[in-house]
Design a protein around this ligand. Structure first.
Ligand code: AGP
Length: 367
C-alpha cells in the first residue's frame, strides 16, 4: 500500500494531485479542432441522432448527482436544450415518464451503484435511450447503457471521490459541446470551449500549488461544529459538492444552500460560530454574491471566498482563495478543486481516517 501511495499520506491526497495529468489524458483525442466540437464515438449517436433529442435528463447518486446538476447547466448553456439532474435513487421509485425524445444520461464512478443501474434498466424497459459517463471500464452500467463516454480517471481508492468527479464534469463539458455543435453553438464558440478545456490541466495544477494556504483555511474551518457552503446558479452544485466532501470525511455538519436562499431562512443561523465557504466567481452574479457575503459578515459570520484573481471583495470576505479564470461555462470545474483540499485538510487536522470514513462504502451496490 505504501508503494501505491507514491509518497502521499492518503489515497485521497494522491488522487487529488493526479488530476492535472489524468484530465489531460482524458481529453487526448477527444477535441476536434477542425469542427470545433468533441469526438465522442462511444456515444453511438451520429450528429443527426444527437440532434433529435429535445431534452436531457441526468441521473446519478450522491456527488455524481451534484456533478450532474453542473452538467445540466453546461448543456443548457452550450446546447440550449432543457436539461436537469435528479438523484437516480429517487427517479427509480417514482414511476418516471420516459420520453423517446429525451436523452437520458447516467453518471457513475464505479459503474456498480445499484440505484443508478436500476435507473438505466427502467429507462430502457420503457423504450428510452440512455448513455453513460462511467469511470470503471467493463462495469455493469458501462455494459448495459446504449453508449457512453469513459472517464479515464484511473482507479479511485478513497471513498470520498475527487478526481472521478472532476472527470465527470469534464465529460459533461464534452457532451454539452457535442450537443451544442449539432445545434446553434457556433464554430467560434466551440473553439472557445476547446481552448478552455485544454487549459484545465495546467489550471488545476495552479490551484494545487496553493495547497498550504488551503490547509490553513481548512484547519480553521475544522474548529467549527457546523458550516455553510453557498453558491449561486453554476456555483450551487460546487457548494453542494464542497459540503458533501467536508461532511463525508470530517463528520462535521456542512450544509449547502443557494446563496439566493440565505435570506429566506438560513441567515437566522449565522453567528461567529458558523463560518461560510462562498463560491464567488467573477461572473454577472458577483455583485449579488458580495451583498449576501456582507450580510453574513454583518452578523459576525466568517466568509471564506473561493473566487477569481482581481475580484474586489473588500470586507465581504475574511479569507480569499483564488482559482484561475477559464470560460464562464467551465469555471465551476476549477472552483470545485479547492473544496477537495478544504475537506481533506480539515479531516487530517481532526485526525480522521480520511480514506475510509465510517459508515460509507466506496460503491453502494445494495438497495
Ligand atoms: C462521493 O464522495 C461519495 N462517496 C458518493 O456520493 C458517490 O459519489 C456516490 O455513491 C455515487 O457513486 P458512483 O459514482 O460510483 O455511482
Amino acid at each position: 500500500e505504501e508503494l501505491e501511495l507514491g509518497g502521499h499520506a492518503h489515497f485521497m491526497h494522491k488522487e487529488i494531485h493526479e488530476q492535472p495529468e489524468s484530465v489531460e489524458r482524458m481529453l487526448s483525442g477527444r477535441l476536434d479542432d477542425r469542427f470545433g466540437t468533441a469526438k465522442l464515438d462511444g456515444l453511438n449517436l451520429d450528429p443527426r441522432e444527437l440532434r433529435r433529442f429535445s431534452r436531457v435528463k441526468i441521473l446519478g447518486c450522491g456527488s455524481a448527482y451534484y456533478v450532474g446538476q453542473l452538467g445540466a447547466s453546461m448543456i443548457e448553456d452550450l446546447a440550449r436544450v432543457p436539461a436537469d439532474a435528479e438523484p437516480a435513487s429517487e427517479f427509480r421509485y417514482r414511476n418516471p415518464i420516459i420520453e423517446p425524445s429525451t436523452l437520458y444520461v447516467v453518471v457513475s464512478q464505479s459503474g456498480e451503484t445499484a440505484d443508478t443501474l436500476f435507473a438505466v434498466r427502467e429507462v430502457q424497459r420503457k423504450g428510452g435511450t440512455v448513455v453513460g459517463l462511467v469511470n470503471a471500464v467493463g462495469s455493469s452500467i458501462a455494459r448495459e447503457v446504449d453508449g457512453g463516454i469513459y472517464l479515464h480517471a484511473g482507479p479511485e481508492v478513497a471513498v470520498a471521490s475527487t478526481k472521478a468527479l472532476t472527470h465527470m464534469s469534464v465529460g459533461f463539458a464534452l457532451l454539452a459541446l457535442a450537443l451544442g455543435r449539432v445545434r446553434d453553438l457556433s464554430f467560434a464558440d466551440g473553439k472557445r470551449i476547446i481552448a478552455g478545456l485544454r487549459a484545465i490541466p495546467e489550471q488545476i495544477a495552479q490551484v494545487l500549488a496553493g495547497e498550504e494556504d488551503l490547509a490553513s483555511a481548512a484547519k480553521e474551518l475544522a474548529e467549527a461544529p457546523s458550516l455553510f457552503f453557498i453558491g449561486r446558479v453554476r456555483g450551487y452544485p460546487v457548494a453542494r459538492e464542497g459540503a458533501q466532501k467536508f461532511k463525508e470525511i470530517t463528520y462535521r455538519h456542512a450544509e449547502a444552500y443557494p446563496t439566493s436562499e440565505l435570506k429566506h431562512g438560513p441567515l437566522a443561523l449565522i453567528s461567529p460560530e458558523l463560518p461560510t465557504v462562498a463560491i464567488m466567481p467573477a461572473d454577472d452574479l458577483l455583485e449579488r454574491n458580495i451583498t449576501a457575503a456582507q450580510e453574513i459578515r454583518a452578523r459576525g459570520g466568517a466568509v471564506v471566498a473561493i473566487t477569481h484573481p482581481g475580484v474586489e471583495l473588500g470586507d465581504a470576505a475574511t479569507r480569499r482563495i483564488e482559482v484561475p479564470r477559464n470560460e464562464v461555462e467551465l469555471d465551476p470545474i476549477l472552483l470545485t478543486i479547492p473544496t477537495q483540499l478544504l475537506g481533506y485538510h480539515a479531516a487530517v487536522a481532526l485526525g480522521e481516517d480520511v480514506d475510509r470514513p465510517r459508515n460509507l462504502a466506496k460503491s453502494v451496490t445494495v438497495e
